[in-house]
Design a protein around this ligand. Structure first.
Ligand SMILES: [Zn+2]
Length: 879
C-alpha cells in the first residue's frame, strides 16, 4: 500500500529490457502458514539493449527475501539492494544463474494478486503485475521465458497440483507430502504463470485437433460443483473447433485445464494451458444458471481459449499494448458468439454495452485511448475502452478489408510474430501488408480518446432525382487531448423508399445494378455523398450494424423511426429505431411530465408483441426500453429522479394499454417440453419474462398469480429468476418478501445463485433502498473478502439501482464512499472499480454533482489510499 503519490508511467519512456530470462525453474513449498518459493533464473544481457552494464533490476511486492545467490555463490549484503519493491544486483556477468528464495503468505493475501488462498485452495492471478508478489522477477511482458515448476504440498489437503504446460514428474515426499513438476515448452511472460493446489474433483474430456492430435481436457472444481462442468467443457470444444475453422489456429500443448475458484478479481484468466475462472463465469447447470449466464460462460470460455494464440503465443510488448490481445480477442469471441447464436442480437448487446458504458467512460475523467499514453496503476486500465472499443477497432479493420483479406492479415500476424511480444502497430502493419491497404489514418483510433460524433444532414433534389447526404465528424476533447484529427470511419448506410423497399445506391446517373447497402469511408471533417436515380425522398438507414463506435445525429421524425422499426432490413437498425423512438418519448416526458405518452409508441409495441413473423430473439430485444443508465449517458446534465420518473411512466403506460397482449404473449411463449438452450427457446423465455415483469410493474393480479406459479414450477433458473425479479420489482410487498425468503432457503448452499439473489434486490428500486442494502451487507451469506459478493450488492446498487443510488439526499454516494474506503485496505483493485459511478459526477445536474464530488473528496482524503484508487479519484477530481 502506498503512502506516497504513485508514479506515472509513460509509453514514450519505453526501453527494451536490459536483461532477458531464458529459463525459470521454480520450486514451491506450500504450507498452511506460508509458502517458500525457490527460483532459479537463467539470465543474460539483452543484445538489443544499449544499457551497458546496467544493474539487474527485479520487481518484487510484499516479499520476504531469504537468500540470493549468483552462479551458486551466496551474495553478501553489499552485493545487492532489497528495496522492498525491487531487488537490485549491481554487478553481474554477461550470462548467469540467479538463485532467489522468498517467503510469502498466501493465506493473508486479500488483494487476490499473486499467490493466494480461496476456499482452502491455493491459486494465482498474475496479470498484470501479480508475479512480483510471488518472487523477484523482471515482471514485464516483453521478458519471455520457459518455465519449469515443481509444487510440493501436503498430499491429503492438496491432492491436485497444477501449473502451466505438461506434467513431467510426480512423486511422494516425506511427512505425507508429494510433488508434481510441470514444464511449459513455450516461452511466456510471467503474467501468464499459474499455479493451483487443492482438493478438487476432475472432469475429463478429449479433443482431437485438425492435425489429429488428441488433447486431454480437464476441468477442476470443488466436489460440490461437479455437476456444473458439462456446459463449459462443451463450450471449450466448440471454441477449439471454431478457432481452427475460422482462424486456422490449432492448440499446442497436450493438455488444457480449467479451474474454477470462488474468490477472483476478474472474470477469468488465460494462463498458458491452465485457465483460471471466477466460478460465476464457468459453472453452470439448468437449475442454477440463467440463459444469460450460459451465454456469458460460452463467451468467456471461448475468449480465454482464443488467447492461447492472441495473447499467449503472440503477446504484448508492454501494458500500453493491452488492447493488442484484449481488443482482438474480444472481437474473436464476439464473432464466435454470433456464429453460435443470433448475430443481430449479439451485435445489439455489444452496442448497448458500448453506448451505455464505454461512451460514458470515453466522455469522463478516465477517458483514454485504446492504446493509452500513460498510467499510474495498470489494473485501472482493464477498461471497456481497451476491451470493447478495442474490439470495435479490430471489427472496423475487418469491415474495411473484408473476410478474406482480414484472415490473410491475421495469418500473417500470427506467423510473423509467433513467440514475440509486440505492439498494436505491429498488428495493424500485418493487416496492411496482407491487404495492401493504407491504414495510417486508421491508426488514430488507437491514439485518440473520445467518441467521434457524426452529424448527418440531407437534401433531396426532386428535379434531378439526387439525394445528398452530408456527414460531418468531430472528435471531442478529452483529458490531455484537444484539437483532434478526423478519423477513418466505415459508415454503412442504406436508403428506404416509401413502400419500405431498399433503394439502389448509385453514385452516378445512368449506372445500373447498384448495391442497396454501401460502406462509406469517412476520412475528412466533412463529406458529401450524392445518390442518383432517387425518385422520391428516401428514409436513410445510417450506421447499419453499428459499423463504427460513434454517435450519429440525424433529425429523424417519429414517423420515420416507426417506419424504420417496421421496414429496415438491417436488424440492428430496426432495433435502434425503436430505441431512438422510446428515448425521444421518454425525454419529452422528462421535460413535460404531464404530457401524453405518444400513442404511436403503444401501437408499435403492440405490433411487436403480435409479430410472430420476426426473429423472436430480436423482438425480445426490441421490447426492452432504453435503460436509465443509457438515458443518463444521453443527457447533458442528468436529473436522475426525472429520468427515472419518466421512464417508469412510459413503462406503466405501455403495460396498462397492452395488458391483454402481454398476457397473450406470456401464454403463447410458455414452457414447452424440456429445457433447451436454442436461440428460439431463449427468446421465448425472454419474451415471457419481459411480459411478466411489465404486468407486475402495474400491479396486475393475474400477473401476480402467474409469477408465483412460475416461481414454484419452473425447471430452470431463467424462469425462476424471471419470476423472482418481477415480484421484487413490484409493489406486492408481502409476496415479494415471501418469494425472496423461499428462494434463499432453496439455494442458500449455492454461492452463484446467492449472488443472483443479492443482485436482484440490490438492483431494484423497490427492494433495494439504502436501509435494505445495509441489511444485505449484514447478511450471513455476504462476505467482504469475496469480490462476487461485493459486486452483487454494492456494485449492483451503484450501477443498476440508479434512482436509489442517486437519492437527492446524497445518502447513496456517502454509502459508496464508505464501502470504497473499507475495501481499499483489503482489495484495492475491487475498490478502484467500485468507485467508478462517483467519478462521473460532472455528468449530473448541479444538486447531484455537489454531493457526488464531496463523496469523492472523502475517498481522496482517506489515510493510506492505494495507488489504484488514488489514480481514479485524483483524475476525476482534476480540473
Ligand atoms: Zn482477455
Amino acid at each position: 500500500m502506498r503512502t506516497n503519490q504513485p508514479q506515472t508511467i509513460c509509453l514514450s519512456d519505453y526501453k527494451v529490457p536490459a536483461y532477458l530470462v531464458d529459463q525459470v525453474d521454480l520450486r514451491f513449498e506450500l504450507f498452511e502458514d506460508g509458502a517458500r518459493v525457490h527460483s532459479v533464473l537463467s539470465v543474460r544481457r539483452n543484445p538489443e539493449s544499449s544499457g551497458g552494464d546496467e544493474p539487474l533490476y527485479l520487481h518484487g511486492d510484499s516479499l520476504v527475501l531469504e537468500s540470493v545467490a549468483l552462479n551458486g555463490t551466496p551474495l553478501a549484503a553489499g552485493d545487492f539492494d532489497d528495496l522492498g519493491d525491487a531487488l537490485v544486483v549491481s554487478s553481474v556477468p554477461e550470462a548467469f544463474e540467479l538463485q532467489v528464495v522468498t517467503w510469502i503468505e498466501p493465506q493473508n493475501n486479500t488483494r487476490l494478486e499473486g499467490l493466494y488462498k480461496s476456499s482452502g485452495m491455493f491459486c494465482t492471478q498474475c496479470e498484470a503485475e501479480g508475479f512480483r508478489c510471488i518472487t523477484f522477477y523482471p515482471d514485464r511482458p516483453d521478458v519471455m521465458a520457459r518455465f519449469r515448476t515443481r509444487i510440493e504440498a501436503d498430499r491429503d489437503a492438496y491432492p491436485v497440483l497444477l501449473s502451466n504446460g505438461n506434467p513431467v514428474a510426480k512423486g511422494d515426499l516425506e511427512g505425507g507430502r508429494h510433488y508434481v513438476t510441470w514444464e511449459d515448452p513455450f516461452p511466456k511472460p510471467a503474467y501468464l504463470f499459474a499455479l493451483v493446489a487443492g482438493d478438487l474433483v476432475e472432469k475429463k474430456d478429449t479433443f482431437t485437433t485438425c492435425s489429429g492430435r488428441s488433447i486431454d481436457l480437464r476441468m477442476y472444481v470443488e466436489p460440490r460443483n461437479a455437476q456444473k462442468c458439462d456446459f463449459a467443457l462443451d463450450a471449450l470444444k466448440r471454441s477449439m473447433r471454431w478457432d481452427e475453422d475460422v482462424y486456422g489456429r490449432e492448440y499446442d500443448l497436450d493438455i488444457f485445464m480449467i479451474v474454477a475458484v470462488d474468490d477472483f478479481n476478474m472474470g477469468a484468466m488465460e494462463n498458458k494451458g491452465l485457465n483460471i475462472f471466477n466460478s460465476s463465469c464457468v459453472l453452470a447447470s439448468q437449475e442454477t444458471a440463467t440463459d444469460a449466464a450460459f451465454q456469458r460462460i460460452e463467451a468467456i470460455v471461448a475468449h480465454e481459449y482464443f488467447h492461447n494464440w492472441s495473447g499467449n503465443r503472440v503477446t504484448c510488448r508492454d501494458w500500453f499494448q493491452l488492447s493488442l490481445k484484449e481488443g482482438f480477442t474480444v472481437f474473436r469471441d464476439a464473432q464466435f458468439s454470433a456464429d453460435m447464436g443470433s448475430p443481430t442480437v449479439k451485435r445489439i448487446e455489444d452496442a448497448t454495452l458500448l453506448r451505455t458504458a464505454q461512451f460514458a467512460e470515453d466522455a469522463g475523467p478516465m477517458a483514454h485511448p485504446v492504446r493509452p499514453a500513460s498510467y499510474m496503476e495498470i489494473s485501472n486500465f482493464y477498461t471497456l475502452t481497451i476491451y470493447e472499443k478495442g474490439a470495435e477497432v479490430v471489427r472496423m479493420i475487418h469491415n474495411l478489408l473484408g473476410e478474406s483479406l482480414f484472415r490473410q492479415g491475421s495469418d500473417l500476424y500470427f506467423q510473423r510474430h509467433d513467440g514475440q511480444a509486440v505492439t498494436t502497430d505491429d498488428f495493424v502493419r500485418a493487416m496492411e501488408d496482407a491487404s495492401g491497404r493504407d491504414l495510417s489514418q486508421f491508426r488514430l483510433w488507437y491514439e485518440q480518446a473520445g467518441t467521434p460524433a457524426l452529424t448527418v444532414t440531407d437534401e433531396f433534389d426532386e428535379e434531378r432525382c439526387v439525394y445528398r447526404l452530408t456527414v460531418r465528424q468531430s472528435v471531442p476533447d478529452t483529458p490531455g487531448q484537444t484539437g483532434k484529427k478526423p478519423q477513418h470511419i466505415p459508415f454503412a448506410v442504406g436508403l428506404l423508399g416509401r413502400d419500405g423497399q431498399p433503394l439502389p445506391l448509385l453514385f452516378s446517373a445512368g449506372s445500373d445494378d447498384a448495391p442497396v447497402e454501401r460502406v462509406l469511408e469517412l476520412t475528412e471533417r466533412e463529406h458529401c455523398f450524392e445518390f442518383h436515380g432517387v425518385s422520391e425522398r428516401p428514409v436513410p438507414s445510417l450506421l447499419r450494424g453499428f459499423s463504427a463506435p460513434v454517435r450519429v445525429h440525424y433529425p429523424w421524425t417519429r414517423e420515420q423511426l416507426l417506419f424504420l422499426m417496421n421496414h429496415d432490413p438491417d436488424g440492428f437498425n430496426r432495433w435502434d429505431a425503436g430505441q431512438r423512438l422510446a428515448v425521444d418519448v421518454i425525454q419529452s416526458l422528462i421535460v413535460a411530465p404531464e404530457a401524453e405518452v405518444e400513442p404511436r409508441l403503444v401501437d408499435a409495441y403492440r405490433s411487436l408483441l403480435r409479430n410472430t413473423g420476426l426473429d423472436q430473439a430480436l423482438v425480445a430485444k426490441m421490447l426492452q426500453l432504453p435503460s436509465e443508465a443509457y438515458l443518463i449517458e444521453l443527457s447533458e446534465q442528468a436529473d436522475v429522479a426525472a429520468i427515472h420518473r419518466a421512464r417508469e411512466a412510459v413503462l406503466s403506460h405501455l403495460a396498462t394499454h397492452l395488458r391483454d397482449e402481454l398476457l397473450a404473449c406470456y401464454h403463447c411463449n410458455s414452457a414447452q417440453g424440456d429445457y433447451q438452450l436454442t436461440p428460439d427457446s431463449v427468446a421465448r423465455r425472454s419474451l415471457r419474462n419481459t411480459a411478466l415483469g411489465w404486468l407486475l410493474h402495474i400491479g396486475d393480479q393475474q400477473g401476480l398469480v402467474l409469477a408465483q406459479e412460475q416461481l414454484r414450477s419452473a425447471d430452470n433458473m431463467t424462469d425462476r429468476l424471471g419470476a423472482l425479479r418481477a415480484l421484487v420489482n413490484s409493489d406486492f410487498v408481502e409476496e415479494r418478501t415471501q418469494a425472496l425468503e423461499g428462494f434463499y432457503q432453496a439455494f442458500r448452499e449455492d454461492p452463484q445463485v446467492v449472488e443472483l439473489w443479492f443482485s436482484v434486490q440490490a438492483a431494484s428500486v423497490r427492494a433495494g433502498q439504502l436501509p435494505q442494502i445495509t441489511q444485505l451487507l449484514e447478511h450471513e451469506a455476504f462476505d467482504w473478502k469475496n469480490p462476487n459478493k461485493v459486486r452483487s450488492v454494492i456494485g449492483a446498487f451503484a450501477s443498476q439501482n440508479l434512482a436509489a443510488f442517486h437519492n437527492p439526499d446524497g445518502s447513496g454516494y456517502a454509502f459508496l464512499a464508505t464501502q470504497v474506503c473499507r475495501l481499499d485496505d483489503s482489495n484495492p483493485q475491487i475498490a478502484s472499480r467500485l468507485v467508478t459511478p462517483l467519478t462521473r459526477w460532472r455528468k449530473f445536474a448541479p444538486e447531484y454533482r455537489v454531493l457526488m464530488k464531496s463523496a469523492l473528496e472523502r475517498v481522496r482524503d482517506k489515510d493510506r489510499l492505494s495507488g489504484d484508487v488514488y489514480e481514479v479519484v485524483h483524475k476525476s477530481l482534476a480540473d
